[in-house]
Design a protein around this ligand. Structure first.
Ligand code: ATP
Ligand code: MG
Length: 353
């Protein structure tokens, strides 16, 4: 255990899926033993693409579901601190302080933002969405995190954080660590439709909370090699989502090698390949199902974990933001005004009988 910190998290837009697991959660579960861990429930980030009252009304339920998913995946709540972003207003203060350390053209070059705007059906970029990486810099630096395990779509954001940290330190003195990105073995998991990344907004997902039957159904509907209209036609393994998932989730390497060989030779049906994949994913999810049941049994436990974590994180953040204001000279500026105002008030009191 170092005394360094890890920060990462998710937007409370729904349940977690296998893409979240391989992109970030697997690393979190490993790294929680080495780093003091903060897990953000990024509801202010959610507002950049979903900001109706209906969306916001779902935050508490989604937050609970997400935390439950992450506990089920193996996060230890005695090690990790969960917190709700919007309940810590000091984060937005840090965001404001960071906004002038990066330029608009720099943010316009962040590729994921355009993708997010498009996926959200927005013709023009909202101001807050353009600032998504700056707010993320505030999240990461408000607890002075050293490591940030995130999926590929977030890599460019962490780069912006590093630039902001360096710029701040250069202008105002050494204050923030320059955090390291932790890449995962599977930076982007393709969706069940084989078209793009697994994403709940597209619906091409397998949720960590899916039942064994749900998993079987979703796998049965997966996209495979479209050329293969009969089982005796040789198929392509490379880039085929069914085999990508076999490689990632099937713990039986001999079975995977055998299936690939027979698939290439046109000697296995899609049904067998998919049945074995569904079974493998279910073996992978079974321990999570057990842990989930344990946490679900204790009503209110997840809520307590979030609220206690938020209170604890807020105290940390208040200190860091105070330090940032001080480094910038903002604290001194107001103190000078205050001292003079104080003196003026005093001398008036002294002269009025
Ligand atoms: P979705 O696209 O399903 O709505 P999201 O993009 O809203 O999910 P975020 O909260 O932005 O999810 O991301 C949480 C973490 O999960 C990030 O580190 C992100 O990189 C990672 N992640 C999300 N989807 C995938 C995926 N398909 N493959 C790998 N990592 C992913
Ligand atoms: Mg995302």
């Amino acid at each position: 255990m170092t005394d360094q910190r890890m920060l990462t998290g998710d937007r409370p837009t729904g349940k977690l899926h296998l893409g979240h697991y391989v992109g970030s959660i697997a690393n979190r579960v490993q790294l929680q033993h080495k780093y003091e861990t903060f897990l953000i429930i990024a509801d202010l980030h959610m507002l950049t693409t979903k900001n109706t009252r209906e969306d916001i009304a779902k935050v508490s339920t989604n937050a609970r579901d997400m935390v439950l998913d992450s506990l089920a995946a193996g996060i230890d709540p005695t090690r990790a601190t969960y917190y709700l972003q919007s309940a810590i207003p000091e984060v937005t203060e840090l965001n404001a302080l960071f906004q002038n350390l990066v330029t608009v053209p720099r943010l316009e070059r962040v590729p994921s933002l355009k993708d997010m705007a498009r996926d959200a059906g927005k013709e023009e970029m909202p101001y807050g969405l353009l600032g998504y990486p700056v707010l993320q810099a505030a999240d990461i630096l408000c607890v002075k995190a050293h490591v940030v395990p995130v999926g590929k779509d977030n890599h460019a954001h962490v780069e912006v954080t590093r630039e902001i940290a360096r710029r701040f330190n250069y202008l105002y003195g050494e204050t923030f660590p320059v955090p390291e990105l932790v890449e995962s073995e599977v930076p982007t998991l393709v969706g069940t439709d084989g078209q793009g990344k697994m994403s709940k907004s597209i619906g091409n997902v397998i949720y960590l909370s899916d039942s064994a039957e749900d998993v079987r159904k979703r796998v049965a509907g997966m996209y495979t090699d479209p050329k293969r209209i009969r089982a005796d036609i040789p198929g392509t393994v490379e880039g085929n989502p069914v085999f990508i998932y076999h490689d990632v989730f099937n713990d039986n390497a001999a079975e995977v090698a055998d299936l690939k060989e027979r698939y290439r030779a046109g000697k296995v049906g899609d049904v067998e390949v998919k049945d074995k994949l569904a079974a493998a994913i279910n073996r992978f999810l079974d321990p999570m199902r057990e842990r989930r049941a344990h946490y679900e049994e204790q009503s209110g436990l997840v809520d307590e974990i979030i609220v206690e974590g938020t209170e604890r994180t807020r105290r940390e953040v208040q200190q860091v933001v105070f330090e940032a204001r001080k480094a910038m000279g903002l604290t001194a500026a107001y103190n000078q005004l205050r001292r003079k105002a104080e003196r003026a008030r005093k001398s008036r009191e002294d002269t009025t009988p």
